[in-house]
Ligand binder design. Structure first.
Ligand SMILES: Cc1cc2nc3c(=O)[nH]c(=O)nc-3n(C[C@H](O)[C@H](O)[C@H](O)COP(=O)(O)OP(=O)(O)OC[C@H]3O[C@@H](n4cnc5c(N)ncnc54)[C@H](O)[C@@H]3O)c2cc1C
Length: 464
């Protein structure tokens, strides 16, 4: 019997429970990916992330071909394309990795009805998260978690499945089947907006993982917030599209505090997936009811544009936003500072920031992006008093980029500003500005708000 393996965001051959189960139960297996315009051109459309996706699909196709098979590519909604393909190849089953986002679930449900009507059995498998079913974890009271630490404790106790190897060989695709091609980005009507993005695919993802594991992981706990040191794994785009398996990454971690701190970050990913599964309305509205429609967000377009362009006059915020534009990725600490600045200092709706991040981030992930934006805007799960999450950009720089390495890397006009003025360059005396070739208001913007005053206003805004 023949089975389809429906690839979505599990674009790999290693540690792929759906692929292995299909191979174990069927003589012939047809791996397929559907390019879906609702995703490519939907509210989270992104040229950068789609380019990463296309590279990952090419890499997957090459990997499947090396094993004797190949990736069938269809352009259209899976609820239409998959029953048609199942009929064409005589498939009686479809295997896939379960996913939690509201869109994935809506699409999954439609695809399920269409396939069941065509007499095809659907088999869901783990493979997206570290634990098999991150959605199933419950508090003692039997409720979904809304606070990270107890979720983390229970997550650590969950049993883990064994990591699976990649199949050595695969059955050939049925003769005469039109395989379809991975298109070029431009033919999808999208454009690469990022200058220097990472390369997509399981091969590049596995190389990055090996490179990261070869670093001193013992220092991850103390070093992951060091902006200039750039010591995090940068695995997020590969984890988002499943080019590397989160479970397989965890399996490679040794004992000790550094690896434990890294494992905890992987748990944040599962936590945000858990939350979005149980609170799908979070995708559009605040988790905390008291903030729904009650905060008067600013609609200052010019200030928003200055934030997007990295021209706020606050070096750490600007460095983060320019890293995003350059690499399609931003260090977590910079995301926090930029997010706090947009929502607290500028008082702009977190959804504007969420949307802009989704446009440029190669790791843009509905659950992680939404969960983190709500977190930093103080409207989400894991609540803390608002004042705790109003970050002072100058103080954050003193703690996490004391030598200015990160800021100078991404904001070249500040390269010659002396260390003592780098966090607040507008305090430079005129002579120093001239010597540093950085005249404020000409070479680098004046700050677009006063942080101390903005902080007071933010506290007022949240008093609902
Ligand atoms: C405003 C904001 C928006 C964000 N948007 C996204 C997003 O769209 N996609 C995304 O993957 N992450 C997002 N994050 C979380 C985090 O910034 C990135 O996961 C991290 O910077 C990725 O870099 P890394 O792979 O080097 O992380 P590492 O430090 O090496 O961590 C390993 C992995 O753990 C996971 N992880 C780490 N921190 C978090 C976190 N806070 N929440 C969820 N997962 C985490 C990621 O999968 C990451 O790849 C966002 C954070 C903020 C503050």
């Amino acid at each position: 019997m023949t089975a389809l393996v429906w690839y979505r965001r599990d674009l790999r051959v290693h540690d792929h429970p759906a692929l292995c189960a299909a191979l174990g139960a069927h003589d012939r297996v047809v791996p397929v990916f559907c390019l879906d315009d609702r995703l490519l051109h939907g509210r989270h459309a992104s040229g950068a992330r789609t380019q990463f996706l296309l590279e990952s699909l090419r890499d997957l196709d090459a990997s499947l071909r090396r094993r004797g098979s190949g990736l069938v590519v269809r352009h259209g909604p899976p609820e239409r394309e998959l029953p048609a393909l199942a009929r064409e190849v005589g498939a009686g089953a479809l295997h896939f990795s379960s996913d939690v986002t509201p869109f994935a679930r809506m699409r999954g449900a439609r695809t399920r009805s269409a396939l069941e009507a065509a007499g095809v059995e659907l088999c869901g498998h783990p493979g997206v998260n570290v634990v098999d079913d991150a959605g199933a974890l419950r508090t003692r009271a039997g409720r979904p978690y809304t606070v990270f630490s107890p979720f983390h404790r229970s997550w650590q106790q969950e049993p883990r499945r064994a990591v699976l190897g990649a199949p050595r060989t695969l059955p050939a695709l049925p003769a005469g089947l039109t395989k379809g091609r991975v298109p070029a980005l431009a033919s999808l009507g999208l454009e690469q907006e990022v200058e220097d993005p990472p390369e997509g695919g399981e091969g590049p993802g596995r190389r990055r993982l090996e490179g990261f594991l070869a670093t001193d992981l013992a220092a991850y706990g103390s070093g992951h917030d060091d902006l200039g040191g750039d010591r995090t794994s940068r695995l997020s785009p590969y984890l988002h599209l499943g080019c590397v398996s989160a479970r397989a990454v965890e399996e490679r971690l040794a004992g000790g505090d550094g690896p434990a701190a890294f494992r905890r970050q992987l748990c944040w990913r599962d936590f945000h997936h858990h939350v979005l599964l149980h609170f799908p309305h979070n995708a559009t509205t605040e988790f905390q009811e008291r903030y729904r429609g009650t905060i008067r967000w600013s609609r200052a377009e010019r200030r928003f544009a200055a934030w997007c362009e990295g021209r706020t006059g606050y070096p750490l915020v600007d460095a983060g936003m320019r890293q995003l534009r350059r690499e399609g990725w931003m260090h977590n600490r910079a995301r926090l500072v930029a997010g706090s600045f947009l929502t607290k200092d500028l008082g702009i709706d977190w959804r504007w920031g969420e949307r802009f991040f989704m446009r440029l981030l190669v790791d843009g992930d509905e659950a992680n992006n939404n969960g983190n934006w709500q977190w930093i805007a103080s409207v989400g799960t894991d609540p803390q008093p608002v004042y705790r999450r109003i970050y002072n950009p100058a103080r954050q720089m003193a703690s996490h980029d004391p030598s200015g390495t990160y800021v100078r890397r991404y904001v070249p006009e500040l390269a010659r500003v002396p260390d003592e003025y780098l966090a607040e360059p507008w305090t430079m005396p005129d002579g120093v500005q001239r010597l540093a070739a950085c005249v404020i208001g000409r070479d680098y913007p004046r700050p677009i708000v006063d942080h101390a005053q903005a902080r007071r206003e933010a506290l007022e805004r949240y008093r609902v």
